[in-house]
Design a protein around this ligand. Structure first.
Ligand code: SF4
Length: 330
């Protein structure tokens, strides 16, 4: 479909983990869906970024495809945005090299995510892990994106991209708009174990496309307010992860029911979780249906990836023509 070039352009990357959970949905995807009408949104499955940690090459294609399909089912309608795979547009790596020469080593060394990931991947602290923010800057600048939806853990990387952008522009002349953060409604969801943020690597997640029975069985043992040992013990909903999930999926009257019932011990955690499961199922059901339709039509998913890569290659080539000229390469 033709995209409206007068709208502000938005870029965001999606990790090809193969698993999309409700934390991803509430923390990012739902905000992206809310931007589809207003902006020219480009979403990219970042397979090159995924190579910076241990991964299984045999499963890469399957994970890329699955991640894309689930995101489409979750509301990233290919008729309203551009979806593509990062490695299908080789200009990402070309611009990365050029931006390497505009990036400060000291700034990279300060990146919190690099420190965290290095601690967790001691046996594989590769250079890609260190220069990851430069590839991310290239992803954004290649499309001259003006807005980047960010969660709290990506603000440092975006600030780095803005610094690289300023350095390039001051060295070679105004070329890229400085991308700005777009903060959406932030829902920071803990995992079902209540110990860490919901994530695939911690195995504490609830899959976005879980069937109704699976939602119930995963919520059953989920950690709640520890003060509620017996049903007659009052609780504090604000410290309970189930309450956070209600905020994401339940209508106002159910929120009031949950908060009031929890504080006065008028409801038990079992019924609170049951109501949450019902509300969650209401929102996720159409996604499961769309997902099943997409799975039955792999040719359509292929055409989404191909159309997305075609549009992005054209945009990227236009940017690179300017960049090569300004940097004296051609
Ligand atoms: Fe959490 Fe609901 Fe139990 Fe309160 S009643 S502790 S909000 S599950």
């Amino acid at each position: 479909m033709a995209k409206d070039e007068t709208k502000k352009r938005v870029f965001s990357g999606i990790q090809p983990s193969g698993i999309v959970h409700i934390g991803n949905y509430l923390g990012a995807i739902r905000n992206w869906v809310g931007m589809l009408q207003e902006c020219d949104c480009i979403f990219c499955v970042v397979d090159l970024h995924a190579m910076t940690v241990q991964y299984d090459p045999e499963r890469m294609q399957e994970n890329v495809r699955e991640t894309l399909t689930v995101n489409m089912a979750a509301g990233l309608d290919p008729e309203k945005c551009t979806l593509f795979v990062q490695s299908h547009v080789p200009e990402h790596t070309e611009l990365t090299w050029i931006l390497n020469t505009c990036a400060s080593h000291a700034d990279l060394a300060r990146m919190t995510q690099f420190k965290d990931k290095s601690r967790r991947n001691r046996e594989n602290i590769n250079c890609g892990l260190f220069t990851y923010p430069i590839l991310m800057a290239a992803d954004i600048l290649l499309y001259r994106a003006e807005l980047v939806p960010v969660g709290e853990d990506q603000t440092q990387h975006l600030e780095f991209a803005r610094e690289v952008c300023r350095t390039f522009n001051s060295r070679y002349g105004e070329t890229f708009p400085e991308p700005k953060p777009r903060f959406g409604k932030v829902t920071r969801l803990m995992g079902l174990d209540g110990k860490a943020k919901m994530s695939k690597s911690m195995n504490n997640y609830l899959p976005l496309l879980a069937e109704p029975d699976e939602i119930v069985s995963l919520l059953r043992p989920a950690v709640t307010d520890p003060a509620r040992v017996k049903r007659s013990d009052p609780g504090t909903p604000e410290i309970c992860n189930i309450h956070t999930m209600h905020l994401g999926f339940s209508p106002p009257e159910d929120m009031a029911w949950c908060e009031q019932g929890c504080r006065t011990a008028g409801i038990g955690c079992v019924e609170c979780k049951k109501r949450l499961a019902d509300n969650m199922n209401e929102e996720l059901k159409p996604m499961r249906e769309r997902y099943n339709q997409y799975k039955k039509n792999p040719g359509y998913v292929n055409s989404v990836m191909e159309d997305g890569a075609k549009r992005c290659r054209e945009l990227a080539e236009e940017t690179m023509r300017t960049v090569r000229k300004k940097t004296g390469l051609r």
